[in-house]
Design a binder for this molecule. Structure first.
Ligand SMILES: C[S@@+](CC[C@H](N)C(=O)[O-])C[C@H]1O[C@@H](n2cnc3c(N)ncnc32)[C@H](O)[C@@H]1O
Length: 274
């Protein structure tokens, strides 16, 4: 592997570039701030070698979670593996934002956001950045920090575009952590691929691309997650489940490729019941 390979955190630039390519669909007019020449090359390669509908898929994902958070009106939005997503600037200014990702991502994001705000490209928002690696031992310190920031306020935890890179064990640990952190009536928004997608041509192409072009971490297993993981959580009810096809219908997005060539991602909203 050379340093020409994509590092895990660089996938966040790729996601933002997808969102910037159809602002009408994503409703994200700030994603373009993260564009850079290295990512542009990766995006072109990915769209060509894996799936050309990934722009629409990522735009619809952003749109779905944006509208759900707007509708559910949490006081605090906690974004796990937040990358360079721009929800703080797309949502009303009274929400408290906590953005969690690897240290190098959050420190770069914080620095760039300050620059963009100085240049008048972004409005002011209440954002806290926390550097954490979900494959390391974080529970005690992170719980303490988050409880201090969140108090008893209502919360929405978002985890999108992340579980693919984590192990099952680290995923289960995260969802147990979410339950310790949240109160009854709070929400989780999660995105993941289902196991059955593994049989598709699209997933085969994705794995080929990832194994060839990405730096794989020890913890990452290119994970898929079953509906049952969300449905049978003792602390949460699954209250909304969408995928690329249902969101395309809702937002009149024309599906161009046949099903086998599409990386269909599933989107879940869970509500805490205990
Ligand atoms: C594809 S990006 C998605 C970013 C963002 N959620 C979005 O949708 O725009 C994946 C993100 O997960 C983060 N990530 C992956 N593995 C992680 C880990 N073990 N600990 C913390 N963050 C991780 C990466 O740094 C990256 O920002």
């Amino acid at each position: 592997m050379s340093n020409l390979n994509i590092q895990i955190h660089e996938t966040a630039f790729v996601t933002s570039t997808f969102r910037s390519q159809n602002e009408d669909l994503s409703k994200d007019m700030y994603a373009k701030l993260w564009k850079n020449p290295r990512t542009t090359i990766w995006v072109e390669k990915y769209l060509d070698q894996v799936c050309s509908e990934e722009v629409s898929a990522h735009c619809l994902r952003n749109r779905f979670f944006l509208e759900e958070i707007e509708r559910l009106q949490p006081e605090v939005l906690i974004n796990f593996g937040s990358g360079f997503s721009m929800y703080p600037f797309l949502l009303s200014d009274d929400i408290i934002h906590i953005e969690i990702d690897k240290e190098e991502v959050v420190s770069y994001k914080e620095k760039k956001i300050k620059e963009f705000q100085k240049e008048g490209k972004l409005p002011e928002r209440n954002i806290h950045f926390i550097g954490v690696d979900f494959s390391q031992d974080y529970v005690h310190i992170l719980l303490e920090k988050l409880l201090l920031l969140k108090g008893k306020k209502s919360s929405f935890i978002l985890i999108e575009g992340v579980l693919f890179f984590l192990s099952k064990k680290d995923t289960e640990k995260l969802f147990e952590f979410f339950s310790r952190l949240q109160e009854k009536g709070d929400y989780i928004g999660s995105a993941s691929f289902q196991n059955e997608l593994k049989a598709s041509k699209a997933f085969e192409k994705l794995l080929d691309f990832c194994n060839k072009e990405m730096v794989k971490t020890e913890a990452s297993d290119w994970q898929t997650v079953e509906d049952i993981f969300y449905k049978e959580n003792a602390n949460y009810d699954l209250i909304n489940h969408q995928d690329y096809f249902s969101l395309s219908k809702k937002h009149s997005n024309t599906i161009k490729l046949e099903k086998d060539l599409i990386l269909n991602e599933n989107f879940y909203i869970l509500k805490k019941i205990v």
